[in-house]
Design a protein around this ligand. Structure first.
Ligand code: SF4
Length: 478
């Protein structure tokens, strides 16, 4: 187990960003005296030879797309190397652990949820001395189901020397230029418990900081590699707003031309509105915020902690602070009707957000993985129709078939638009026309693009979304 490549650490997909989910376990294993190999399926899958020599394969699955890819990769591993042990960690592995261990699937030997890295090392050490790791705390297996590990870890400095170079990953698009972009995490978990969020069943309202020294050294290394922009990939950077601002201000003093983006909930953008201009002055270019819906009932059922009026307010506050906002949405839920969808499309037009929202978002259906807190919601239960054939999410149907039909139509529109690299203002106009057709049965006419916003909001070149299904090309690549 201590020879080169006897442990293989694998990232599946992290929204086109350099893979934190593999970099941290890799660094922990190195600190413990192992010599793991590391691979990112989003860039280049490991060879059959690399799989054949591994005795332990550690697969990171922080999101649905990653789990779909990781599950396919594990199937390939089982064919090439049936005796290797496969360890899954990450939010979606933990939510889907019953399926990963099931007789039909048999992809996983071990699954860890929550703060996983210390347990990853413990498994490697047990296997190294010929012991069975299934009794270790936090390690779920065929014979035992453990809770997620919820404790603060002391992380090593992150070592990414064997990972693909920054040029392999998504870049910042800004003013017609593309700039190398890096990524860093300063916290994991979240202090909120939104009902549809995969973090809720795993972290249940807790979050854990990663030491400043680890954050700073990670940014320094990526700047030295050429990064001109850094994404803070914390689930919500403003869970600890004072520390977040201090981190950014320190980094801004060190690297005055470096820019940043982060994710924060609408409620936080309003509560900490006085801090927004400071974030802007420290180099924050844009903020991603999960607005989800304009329908108050949907927002209540998802336990989002904001109302539709606050979405408008948060956008205004960010813009006033000189920060672009990129709202994200769950446009199709069991409780969203055609009128709601039209209201969202009109909102995007009126607020001039066509260049701030990836069109693929307009086709997103609410994802309900097996361990989701939504499953116990009575208003959800009536819509559930079993499990998808891959076993990784619940099937649900809308009570109005026209809504499900519109979702399919929008999926076709955005897929075609992406392949043609169509201007988003035209794609949103096509979506509006399809929605009008669904609502009023009006025939297709000449589509006039939405009024083009003066400036394209800065964003990353990867337009995919964490709960989207992988493309055929992504699946073929594993
Ligand atoms: S605030 Fe964001 S990260 Fe936190 S639980 Fe809600 S959706 Fe998840």
């Amino acid at each position: 187990m201590k020879e080169d490549g006897e442990i293989l650490v694998v990232s599946c997909y992290e929204l086109g960003r350099p893979p934190s989910g593999a970099a941290l376990p890799f660094s922990w294993l190195k600190r413990a005296g192992f010599f793991p190999a590391v691979a990112d399926l989003a860039v280049d899958a490991p060879s059959d030879h690399e799989i054949a020599r591994a005795k332990l394969i550690v697969i990171a699955t922080p999101m649905h797309t990653a789990l779909r890819l990781g599950s396919s990769f594990a199937e390939r591993v089982r064919r090439i190397n049936p005796t290797t042990k496969i360890l899954f960690h990450g939010l979606y592995a933990w939510l889907n652990r019953a399926h990963l261990f099931s007789r039909d699937c048999q992809r996983a030997d071990y699954v860890i949820g929550g703060e996983a890295e210390e347990a990853v090392v413990a498994i490697a050490e047990a296997l190294n001395v010929g012991e069975d790791p299934t009794a270790l705390p936090g390690v779920s297996s065929q014979i035992r189901r453990e809770s997620p590990i919820l404790k603060r870890l002391s992380h090593p400095l992150i070592d990414t020397r064997q990972l693909p170079a920054l040029e392999s990953y998504a870049r910042l698009k800004r003013d017609g230029r593309e700039i190398f972009a890096g990524v860093v995490e300063s916290t994991r978990g979240c202090k909120h418990v939104c009902r549809h969020c995969p973090i809720t069943p795993v972290y249940n309202g807790r979050f854990y900081g990663i030491e400043d020294a680890v954050v700073f050294s990670s940014v320094k290394r990526q700047v030295e590699e050429g990064a001109g922009h850094i994404t803070f990939s914390d689930p919500d950077f403003l869970n600890g707003p004072t520390r977040a601002l201090k981190l950014l201000q320190y980094l801004h003093r060190q690297y005055p031309i470096l820019t940043f983006d982060f994710t924060a909930k609408i409620e936080h953008l309003i509560r900490y509105k006085e801090m927004l201009p400071h974030f802007g002055r420290a180099g924050t270019l844009f903020i991603v915020s999960a607005a989800e819906s304009l329908n108050e009932r949907v927002l209540t059922l998802l336990d989002k902690g904001h109302c539709a009026g606050q979405i408008r307010e948060a956008i205004r506050l960010c813009r006033t602070a000189g920060i672009a906002v990129r709202p994200t949405w769950v446009p199709f839920t069991p409780w969203t009707d055609l009128t709601d969808y039209m209201e969202l499309v009109s909102f995007i037009e009126k607020e001039q957000l066509a260049y701030s929202i990836e069109p693929v978002q307009m086709a997103i259906r609410l994802l309900v993985p097996p361990g989701s807190a939504l499953v116990n919601l009575p208003q959800m239960k009536t819509h559930l129709k079993g499990i998808t054939p891959d076993g990784l999410s619940h099937i649900w149907e809308h009570s109005d078939p026209a809504v499900d039909a519109l979702q399919k139509q929008v999926t076709e529109i955005v897929s075609k638009a992406a392949s043609l690299r169509e201007d988003e203002a035209l794609t949103f106009a096509r979506i509006k026309e399809a929605t009008e057709g669904a609502l009023h049965g009006t025939p297709a006419s000449d589509v006039k693009p939405f009024e083009k916003p003066g400036l394209r909001a800065p964003g990353l070149t990867e337009s995919w979304f964490c709960c989207a299904e992988p493309t055929e090309a992504q699946l073929a690549g594993v």
